[in-house]
Design a protein around this ligand. Structure first.
Ligand code: ADP
Length: 430
């Protein structure tokens, strides 16, 4: 503690020793407050709150012991260290003084350096006490704060446990529901697959069995024409022609239906093959149609992909022949190309034909759905359904963009890495 900020109260009935002492302490920089008796010491102590009191025991009126007791009994001055200054004091008085709260005794004759040292010790003790008290207070505050935090934490943990419990219950309930729904869906899916398979094999069997009686009808109609040509002139001849053309139409329908039920079941090996090569095969198959209609087919760069060649050739052939067939009044121009993203190739087949209203864009992929009459354009309405089935079988999807009289672009995707789970499928016989 620095002397310049330290106040010392000296209490004595003006003995010469005390005067010398006060003078000495002043010279060392301490601020000195002087009291000549006990009463004025009590009042000055409360007023100036000194850092230390040097108190003489022997004083007229109130002696040093009583003065000490009264200073110590007051809360404001209770903590001020008091050093007794005395001549020769018996041991009992000293003990009483300590009991009353004195911290030290200095006995005459006063030694300046000794007094200074003792004052310094007391001041340091007081300062340390002060620091300890402050730290103690701080610790108490921290403990109180920690207790509050702990309580809050416990509350939060309890809340968290409750929430967790509720959440677990909800998750368990939801999982139960999901498992149930998944099981139901799986069951329905299996049922659907079974009835689909049944329907397809029924369609296949019926179509197949219809072929023989149909061939007989056609054959007998031909026999009638050949053998009774002269008898069957006029209307009978016309009727027989109707029978023949209807039988042919039915034959086409059966042929396409069989193709549809076989599509996606081709057992032929899947090969990494250039799509350009498949398109060239389709173009060769359509050579007559292309020539008759003076159609142009432009083919851009196309990738080599793992596909089922027979099926994929069928897709290109259907889309190219539709583009030529539904050309309207234009000279048919077909453009084929491909773009790719990270996972898929997107193939397009674009024509400059009659176009299709957007309300039919989904419908035309269904079996037997046609937007044109048989008289205008021959066909069975199965070609696009076959395309969709094959593209799906390759893990892709098919769609179109088109507006009436503005041509159509059919798109389909093929994955770059063919899913390994493709089912082996039956060969599509033309
Ligand atoms: P089909 O060609 O035997 O009639 P599809 O399933 O191939 O059967 O086509 C269904 C219908 O969709 C066609 O009848 C036609 O009305 C329409 N369509 C298909 N492709 C085109 C096209 N490129 N331009 C205009 N219309 C088309």
């Amino acid at each position: 503690m620095c002397p310049h900020t330290t106040t010392i109260l000296t209490v004595d009935d003006s003995s010469s020793d005390f005067k010398v002492l006060s003078h000495f302490l002043k010279s060392r920089g301490f601020k000195i407050v002087v009291a000549n008796n006990g009463l004025s010491a009590i009042s000055l102590a409360q007023k100036s709150l000194p850092d230390i009191i040097l108190l003489s025991i022997m004083m007229p009126g109130m002696d040093g012991l009583e003065t000490c007791q009264r200073i110590k009994s007051h809360s404001k001055t209770h903590n001020i260290p008091i050093i007794f200054m005395t001549g020769n004091t018996d041991i009992e008085t000293k003990i009483r003084g300590f009991k009353l709260g004195a911290v030290d005794y200095i006995t005459k004759p006063f030694e300046a350096q000794e007094i200074l040292d003792r004052i310094q010790i007391q001041l340091q003790l007081k300062q340390m006490q002060h620091i300890l008290q402050r730290q103690n207070k701080q610790l108490q505050q921290e403990i109180a704060q920690r207790k509050i935090t702990e309580q809050e934490l416990r509350k939060i943990q309890a809340k968290e446990r409750e929430l967790n419990y509720k959440l677990e219950q909800k998750v368990a309930a939801r999982t139960g529901e999901l498992v149930h729904t998944t099981q139901e869906l799986e069951a329905r899916n299996q049922e659907l697959q079974r009835s689909n398979a049944e329907l397809e094999s029924f369609a296949y069997a019926v179509s197949h069995d219809l072929q023989a009686p149909l061939r007989s009808i056609k054959m007998f109609a031909q026999l009638l024409t050949q053998e009774y040509q002269e008898l069957l002139q006029g209307q009978p001849q016309e009727y027989i022609e109707y029978i023949t053309s209807s039988a042919e139409r039915m034959e086409n329908l059966i042929h396409d239906l069989l193709a549809y039920s076989r599509a996606g079941k081709n057992e032929q090996t899947w090969l990494p093959i250039s799509l350009e090569e498949l398109i060239n095969t389709s173009i060769r198959n359509l050579e007559v149609t292309i020539k008759e209609n003076q159609a142009t087919v432009n083919v851009g760069n196309l990738p080599t992909l793992m596909v089922n060649p027979t099926e994929m050739t069928q897709v290109f052939q259907n889309l190219i022949s539709n583009g030529i067939k539904f050309c309207g009044k234009q000279q048919p121009l077909i453009e084929i190309g491909a773009v790719s993203d990270e996972d898929n190739w997107q193939i397009f087949v674009k024509d400059n034909g009659s176009g299709i209203d957007s309300k039919y864009h989904q419908k035309i992929f269904q079996v037997f759905q046609r937007l044109h009459s048989e008289d205008d354009y021959p066909g069975t309405g199965i070609g696009l359904s076959i395309c969709e089935k094959i593209v799906k079988h390759h893990g892709g999807k098919i769609w179109l963009e088109s507006l009436p009289n503005q041509g159509s672009t059919f798109y389909f995707t093929l994955p770059k890495n063919l899913p390994t789970l493709q089912k082996p499928i039956l060969e599509l016989k033309q």
